[in-house]
Design a protein around this ligand. Structure first.
Ligand code: NCD
Length: 338
């Protein structure tokens, strides 16, 4: 994996995803984005939650634009909420079925992209198994085409992180000062990395990661998260508990004794959840594996906001798409004037 990582770019993501005057033009990572910009995404998403509660859910912000969903990896929630988000912004959306596309006949990633660009596409939503794939594409597409990262390898999943921030903000009255624990397979999780950057920038009091040593990345403290190997200690006084799936498809070696052993130590049960604050919320990006990282009594219980996260995903994706498209247009018009 990681064959597409451009270290230069990944060290300075702002250069690629922001316009000269600091507006979003692609959305590749939460790393390096200011609290103001992250808050603007959340505020814009909040306004789209109210438009979706109306009888007519559509707004015309992307009317006449063409969005292409380009998923090289499987997805249920992310792909369908991006599709609904594009439709609710009045865009046309093309869902490419990669399994049936020419990629399986040996076409390169950029050749696929350039062909789709030739169909007058305005935005690509990209999920790819290689870390850095979305950056790589964003650096090479035609200037007015926006790239939204829907998950690249184990690197980043920024829209998931922002829908998680919106969930915390709406259910816990803000992110500043909150203690948040992320539990399980942190090592392979692009979601956890994107969440940690966003939580630190938005002023969470403490970000904890809980799991076996084999599933916690070595650089986790440098990212601003505090490692815990004991679930009960890690959950003590938490406001938010985020569970993650064991991402076996990304595990190259045997990193776990067994699923049963993992559940015993790190699976979220009602008994373990009792160590967190009584009003703590339980989150999970999905797909959940019942009885592996979370028991059904908790997943379906009163503290779970897992399905709310899915609903907020549409509003967050609408916000990011609308902001990136508007950033592209402003960049274009300032270049024309220059
Ligand atoms: C996550 C992903 O794809 O990274 N899922 C998601 O987008 N909702 C997490 C996972 O696959 O476990």
């Amino acid at each position: 994996m990681t064959s597409l990582i451009h270290h230069e770019t990944l060290r300075d993501p702002s250069r690629v995803q922001l316009t000269d005057d600091g507006r979003l033009k692609h959305f590749l990572t939460t790393e390096g984005l200011s609290a103001e910009l992250l808050t603007e995404i959340l505020d814009t998403a909040d306004s789209f939650i109210s438009t979706q509660e109306r009888a007519v859910k559509k707004v015309p912000l992307l009317r006449g634009k063409t969005v292409v969903n380009l998923f090289f990896e499987n997805s249920t929630r992310t792909r369908s909420t991006f599709e609904l988000a594009a439709k609710r912004l009045s865009a046309d959306i093309l869902n490419l079925d990669i399994a049936r596309s020419a990629t399986s006949k040996g076409e390169t990633l950029m050749d696929t992209l350039w062909n789709l660009e030739a169909m007058y596409s305005d935005m690509f939503v990209v999920r790819h198994a290689d870390s850095g794939a979305a950056h790589f594409i964003a650096e090479q597409v035609t200037p007015n085409v926006a790239i939204i990262n829907a998950g690249d390898g184990r690197h980043a999943h920024p829209t998931q992180a922002m829908l998680d921030m919106l969930t915390i903000r709406r259910h816990k009255e803000g992110i500043a000062g909150k203690v948040v624990a992320i539990v399980g397979d942190i090592l392979h999780s692009r979601v956890a990395r994107s969440q940690i950057y966003a939580l630190r920038t938005l002023g969470a009091a403490e970000v904890r990661v809980i799991g076996p040593g084999t599933l916690l990345p070595k650089d986790i403290e440098a990212l601003g998260a505090k490692p815990f190997y004991d679930m009960k200690q890690g959950l003590a006084d938490c406001d938010v508990v985020i569970m993650l799936r064991l991402q076996k498809e990304r595990m190259q070696n045997a990193l776990l004794p067994s699923e049963g052993e993992f559940f015993k130590l790190y699976g979220l049960t009602e008994a373990k959840l009792a160590c967190a604050r009584p009003d703590a919320i339980v989150m999970h990006p999905g797909p959940i594996n019942r009885g592996v990282e979370i028991e059904s009594a908790v997943a379906d219980g009163p503290q779970s906001v897992i399905l709310n996260q899915v609903s907020y995903g549409i509003a967050v994706r609408m916000a990011v798409m609308a902001m990136a498209m508007s950033g592209q247009q402003s960049q274009n018009s300032s270049e024309e004037m220059a």
